[in-house]
Structure formats: structure tokens, C-alpha cells
Design a protein around this ligand. Structure first.
Ligand code: GH3
Ligand code: MG
Ligand code: MG
Length: 377
């Protein structure tokens, strides 16, 4: 048992916490496959009507009752098909599918149970077993439970209910069932294995693509957005401003006397300070704000839905916060400051660059006035 479990988990591929996603991802295919199985079963079971006609040639009443019974089966199946078509939940689908399979199995067993001995059902029994293995989109354990139940039922009927069956035919029926179980199980394992593998490959490719896209947008040193990504968001924010006339403000931040930090403590220390400045600024921004590295030791912050006065509050907060946050390099504290220019988008601005330029001018004004300060228009 343990060996079987190990083997099956290898072939079936343990998706762990992706199992739920896998089922949801495959729900539409599972639904289609389930409905296909239902249609095939309906045609098969209703189509057996010609066999009734041959067998019960002397009792037209029975032929009539069989037609009604087969018609009822098809009707119930159509109801199941409708219900499955309507659901978008894996759990509901599983229950419906399980319910319909159990219903089908009971119907076939009932038919076997009541049909005359001459009714050679053994050949149809193995078709049912194989069909459940291959067509049912249910989980493995549920399928095996259903299929073994069916198998036991048919064998019981053959051995104990229908007296006088030819022992050779009986043996053949048992062997055929054993073989079809092995074939069915093998086919189902292979199919599930293939489906799970392709799902895993799909997820891995998707993750890799997302990672590449994410890394392309993030500046590796400061963890802020890259210049390119910053400007692509800036573009759409500016379009929103132009279209709906919502307030929009922009900050330009430039580290003060950064060259001196590099010259005194080394480039590595400069890197640490730069990263730390970026993190402090990002802590102060809201989720909808966009913070990016414009180049070197200069950053931009876009504040949508924010007028100049509010933007100044944010800038002041970053400036004082940074002044009070020395960077720690191997125990040595490096103090530094930042100059910030603030501008708000105006009706006559044509592009985002127009606002950014004014914020830049304000930043240089802050430098001229002695640095470590915020300047607004
Ligand atoms: P100011 O207060 O006028 O802005 O003076 P500043 O020294 O900051 O300005 P300047 O533009 O003269 O020098 C910027 C320095 O920032 C020069 C450059 O080597 C350094 N720098 C730019 N990018 C990086 C970086 O990624 N890491 C480090 N360590 N230094 C950088
Ligand atoms: Mg500088
Ligand atoms: Mg600079």
C-alpha cells in the first residue's frame, strides 16, 4: 500500500498547494469531459433498446417498460448536464459528477440484477469499468471507489443471483474485469500524470515570465522602480490628470553632497546610503504613489489625487525622516540629507515632463538655498 502510494504520488505529481489552482484551471475541461462521458453513456444505455427488443420479443409490455426506464435514465442525465453546465465551483462539480456516476452504476446494476440470465451483460460491464477510469474527471480515489463497487456488484450478481451461468463464461468475465481494471488504472494514471505535468510546466513558465517582468521594472540597488517603468506609469497618471482634471503632484529628490559621501566613505557606503534613502522614501508613500530612480542619486515620486499643499506635507515628512535616519555601514553611522522640489500639474501642462521639469527647478532652488529642505512652487 505504502509502495503504491509512493509510486502514484510520483506518477501523479504532487502539486501541493497548487492542487486547488489546478482543479480550478481545469474546471472547464473537466466539465466538457464529464458532459461528453454523460452523452456517450446516454447514447449507449438508450441504444441498448434494440437489445431489449431482441430479448423480450414475446413480451411487448416489458419492451415498453424498458423504453420508459431507459428514457428516464437519459432524462436524469440531461438534468445533471444542465446542473454541471451552470456550476463554476469545483466542489459542486465533483459532487454532481460523483452523484451521476453513482446513479449510472446503480442503474446498470439494477438492470443486471433484473435482466434474464440469457442477457449477456459481462461485455457491457467491462466497458463501464473502463469508461469510468478514462472519462471520469474525478479524483483517483473516488473513481477507484466507484469502479470497485461496480465490479463487486456485477460479480456478486453473476455468481449468486443468476443461477446457471456457464462456468467458463463466468471465469472469462472475472478475468476480463481484472484485465480491464489494470488497463483502466494505467490509462487514468497516464492521463492524469500528463495533465498535471503540463499544468506544472505552465505555472513555472508563468512564474518565470512574471519574475523577468518584475526584475525588469525594479532597480536592483535601491529597489525602487527603474527610470523606464517610472516614466511609463507617469505617462498614464498624467493622462488621467489631463482627462479627469484630478490633482497630481510630483516630487524630485536629490541626495545632498553625495559625492562627498562617496569620496570619504567609499562607493560601497554610498550605495548603502542610497538604498536606505530609497527605503525611507518608499515607507512614507502611499500604495498608489509611484517612486522611481531617475538616475544616480536622484529620485522621483508621483502623487496622484494630491494637491501641492498635501504633496509638501509628504515631502517634508521624507526630508525630516531622512535627516534623522543615519545609514549604518558596519557599525559606522553616516548622516546625510536630501533636497526636494515639489510641483503640481497645471492645466496648461502638455506632458508629464513639464511638471517634472518644474519640480526639478524647485529641487535646484532648494540646493541653492543651502540644501536639506523642501521647495514648492
Ligand atoms: P548636490 O548636493 O549638489 O546634489 O551634490 P552631489 O554631490 O550629490 O551631486 P553630484 O551630482 O555632483 O554628484 C552625484 C554623485 O552621486 C556622483 C556619483 O558618483 C554619485 N552616484 C550616482 N549614482 C551612484 C550610485 O549608484 N552609487 C553611489 N555610491 N554613488 C552614486
Ligand atoms: Mg546630489
Ligand atoms: Mg544629482
Amino acid at each position: 500500500m505504502e509502495m503504491f502510494r509512493k509510486l502514484s504520488s510520483q506518477i501523479l505529481i504532487d502539486l501541493r498547494d497548487l492542487e486547488g489552482d489546478y482543479r480550478v484551471f481545469n474546471l472547464q475541461i473537466d466539465k466538457a469531459q464529464g458532459v461528453l462521458g454523460m452523452i456517450i453513456a446516454s447514447i449507449g444505455i438508450f441504444g441498448m433498446f434494440w437489445m431489449d427488443k431482441l430479448l423480450f420479443v414475446n413480451s411487448p409490455d416489458l419492451i415498453g417498460w424498458m423504453a420508459i426506464a431507459r428514457g428516464c435514465y437519459v432524462l436524469v442525465t440531461v438534468l445533471f448536464i444542465f446542473a454541471i453546465g451552470k456550476t463554476n465551483k469545483v466542489r459542486v462539480f465533483d459532487r454532481l459528477m460523483f452523484g451521476w456516476l453513482a446513479f449510472t452504476i446503480l442503474c446498470v446494476l439494477l438492470l443486471n440484477f433484473t435482466s434474464p440470465t440469457s442477457y449477456q451483460s459481462a461485455i457491457f460491464d467491462i466497458i463501464v469499468i473502463f469508461a469510468i477510469y478514462v472519462l471520469s474527471p474525478l479524483k483517483f480515489k473516488k473513481n477507484i471507489f466507484l469502479v470497485l463497487g461496480f465490479s463487486a456488484g456485477t460479480l456478486y450478481i453473476n455468481y449468486f443471483v443468476k443461477a446457471g451461468l456457464d462456468p467458463i463464461a463466468l471465469n472469462a468475465a472475472v478475468s476480463a474485469q481484472v484485465i480491464v481494471h489494470v488497463l483502466g488504472l494505467g490509462s487514468a494514471l497516464q492521463m492524469q500524470s500528463y495533465r498535471r505535468k503540463s499544468f506544472k510546466a505552465y505555472i513555472e513558465e508563468k512564474d518565470a515570465k512574471e519574475m523577468v517582468a518584475y526584475l525588469a521594472n525594479i532597480d536592483p540597488l535601491t529597489k525602487s522602480l527603474t527610470r523606464r517603468h517610472f516614466f511609463s506609469i507617469a505617462e498614464s497618471e498624467f493622462m488621467r490628470f489631463a482627462r479627469y482634471r484630478r490633482p497630481l503632484s510630483v516630487l524630485v529628490l536629490d541626495a545632498d553632497r553625495f559625492k562627498i559621501i562617496n569620496d570619504t566613505h567609499g562607493h560601497h557606503a554610498g550605495d548603502i546610503v542610497l538604498r536606505s534613502l530609497s527605503l525611507v522614501a518608499m515607507e512614507q508613500k502611499r500604495a498608489q504613489d509611484t517612486f522611481g530612480r531617475l538616475g544616480g542619486e536622484e529620485f522621483g515620486l508621483i502623487l496622484p489625487e494630491t494637491a501641492l499643499a498635501q504633496a509638501k506635507v509628504v515631502a517634508d515628512r521624507i526630508q525630516t525622516m531622512w535627516e534623522q535616519t543615519p545609514s549604518n555601514m558596519d557599525g559606522m553611522l553616516i548622516h546625510s540629507t536630501v533636497s526636494i522640489g515639489v510641483a503640481e500639474a497645471r492645466a496648461d501642462d502638455k506632458t508629464f515632463d513639464d511638471v517634472l521639469r518644474r519640480a526639478d527647478i524647485m529641487m535646484y532652488k532648494a540646493k541653492d538655498l543651502g540644501r536639506n529642505r523642501v521647495m514648492t512652487e
